[in-house]
Design a protein around this ligand. Structure first.
Ligand SMILES: [Zn+2]
Length: 221
């Protein structure tokens, strides 16, 4: 549903590699990004904060397919979009969903890639702080793998707050649309992250509060 809510105004045109662009490597794919634009700036800052950062495309590696089936099993068949709709960070590797793979390979919708990276940067920071093994334990098992996963909710809360902030910048209508908050809340209380936090009002509160903070900040400016 959220795809419907995204406006076409943020779609970028493919580019030809003129001096206005900076060349960035996404795994095997190179992309010319608007020089000094938000994606260019974010990629530079990610490279300096995480020197070992690498990118993969989920479709290129069997291990992402294995994880896909694990997600299908643990979500009782309700999340079948791990490969197509979800970009995943493990350690210092960001693995792109089919949707973002298409954007990166075609050099389109740069801003959507940027918004996704804003979210994934939170996970990179979490992996940097806890290491892969502790992150794995916390993310998957504490308190419970299904239904009450405190750390998964906490880690994703940080990610989705960035998602909301990113879309506040890119598309105010999307950020302020109650359907968008509803979509974010559904990530927590539904199968996409294996029912990580069931308290709908609490989750709603995190994002409604953040939205009003953004609105107040703008009014004060
Ligand atoms: Zn996330």
């Amino acid at each position: 549903m959220w795809r419907r809510l995204l406006t076409a105004s943020i779609i970028n045109l493919p580019r030809n590699g003129s001096e206005k662009f900076t060349h960035h490597q996404f795994g095997k794919v190179s992309l010319n990004v608007d020089r000094g634009g938000r994606l260019d700036q974010l990629l530079h800052s990610l490279k300096s904060e995480f020197p070992h950062l690498t990118f993969q495309f989920k479709a290129d590696h069997w291990w992402w397919k294995v994880l896909h089936w694990l997600v299908v099993i643990f979500s009782f068949g309700k999340n079948k979009r791990f490969l197509s709709g979800f970009t995943t960070t493990i350690g210092m590797t960001i693995a792109w969903s089919a949707g973002h793979t298409r954007r990166i390979k075609n050099g389109i919708e740069e801003d959507r890639v940027w918004a996704c990276l804003m979210h994934e940067r939170e996970h990179l920071r979490q992996f940097k702080r806890y290491g892969v093994f502790i992150m794995f334990l916390l993310y998957c098992f504490v308190f419970f793998p299904i239904g009450l996963a405190y750390f998964r909710a906490r880690f994703e809360r940080a990610g989705y707050l960035q998602t909301l902030r990113a879309w506040w910048v890119l598309d105010r209508n999307w950020a302020e649309n109650p359907e968008s908050i509803k979509w974010i809340v559904s990530q927590f209380i539904g199968p996409n992250y294996v029912w990580c936090w069931p308290f709908k009002r609490t989750v709603q509160g995190w994002f409604v509060q953040e939205l009003s903070r953004l609105q107040q900040q703008e009014q004060a400016a």
